[in-house]
Design a protein around this ligand. Sequence first.
Ligand code: URP
Ligand code: ZN
Ligand code: ZN
Ligand code: ZN
Length: 512
Amino acid sequence: MSTPVKKVPIHLQSAQNRLLIKNGKVVNEDNIFDADVYIEDGIIKQLGRNLIIPGGTRTIDARGKFVMPGGIDPHTHFELELMGATSVDDFYQGTKAAVAGGTTTIIDFVIPKGEESLLEAYERYRITADEKVCCDYTLHVGVTSWNNRTREEMATLVQQHGINSFKFFMAYRDLFMLRDPELIEAFKVCKSLGAVAMIHAENGDIIYENTKKLLAAGVTGPEGHEMSRPEEVEAEAVNRACVIANQVLCPLYVVHIMSRSAADELEKARRRGSCVWGETLAAALGTDGTNYSHTCWRHAAGHILSPPLRPDPDTPISLMRKLVTDGLQVTGSDNCTFNSDQKALGKHDFSKIPNGVNGVEDRMSIVWHKGVYNGIMDPTRFVAVTSTNAAKIFNLYPRKGVIAVGSDADIVVWDPSSNRVISAETHHQACDFNIFEGMEVYGVPEYVVVGGRVCVDECDLKAVHGFGKFIECPAYPSYVYEVVEEREKRPRGVARSEAEARKYAEEEAVFD
Ligand code: URP
Ligand code: ZN
Ligand code: ZN
Ligand code: ZN
């Protein structure tokens, strides 16, 4: 039996599907230009001036505003079970908050539960998310143990399910952590599948030791969290992960780089020619680790995530500068929100405080305010680090991450002269706390267009439950694998005979 189709008069149908954004300044990662953007059926159909537009098209006037690709947040954890609690932003509320802030695509992480296989976990995420998401989304898959099935399942996920990235953990010992020999294998598998390896870089064994010592010494409060995993514990792991990836020539994306010294290690690896990319977080750009010494326990615990915020107050500006100079390439949120009662699970032991903070809604504003408004970053780089680079690394480009004819109509009309004050009282997230509480930020998404639909309309949120789709990420992103190929030189010995010399010359010709 076929489902009855609700009839919409044809003139209304087409008018709803057409949108013109006029008089704005279009910003892509490589250019700013004056152009109107015409959208039909969720796709950008025309770009330029004096466009010929069908009658009845809705027009948005973007004079004095920037028209940019919607944000891509490559790092969220909606409804994640972690440390005995489930993060409170689910796929509906989380993506709704994303849209409110100008983000139109999110990438979440499949994290298997207990004995669940990677494929079972992936299916669970799809069933949960598909019907709830307000904007398009895709998934990375977390590989939290290494066994006989892992290799095969990774291949199936890449070849049949649109997954092209896997996250591995060097921390969370006895829970998610893999050891170096497993990481070597895992990175080799990623490389063989045309996938991107992702790493949570902190030395889990050191954290384990430090945690025991601190608790024994009576340091049980939230400040113990950072003390147990200081900067060098992060920096060491970033360097180790980059070396392992480089040795097996696997492209590596280092998630949530939280400290200057860790960012330095990433940058050094890039300078050596390694195929590595680095992500920092809105949290690390917008606030710092001095909050862990706050006398209010809830306030301090509310800032706990891993790796932690750093007490060095120069950290946010240093990380912002790294983004500007391409020492770092991407900004995520790592949105993983827990309410007061959940954070209280660690009231007497900092190592039991569920790890995670907000950021999916405020990420775009934080980067704009701290970067562009403060005169450190230009709008093109803003687009690169909030949208385009993630689209390129995870092979969503040019469908996402650019204003171009043929691209998805995921667009934010950004008003640089409006401001707002961030607060848990007014945010659209499910959590009762906001790490940016009270911060006044310039740069507001006045309109947010999701797949051609106006979901923020003159700052009024009209997100639609289930409107988003799962987007497949094909293997071998060219942006990443071109660099890998460039680096890939055939190992070769010394030619001691004519035959060897001929063989190497032939290989050279094929390779070129
Ligand atoms: O503290 C964090 N980052 N929570 C989410 C899990 C992770 O490691 O990304
Ligand atoms: Zn992590
Ligand atoms: Zn308080
Ligand atoms: Zn995370």
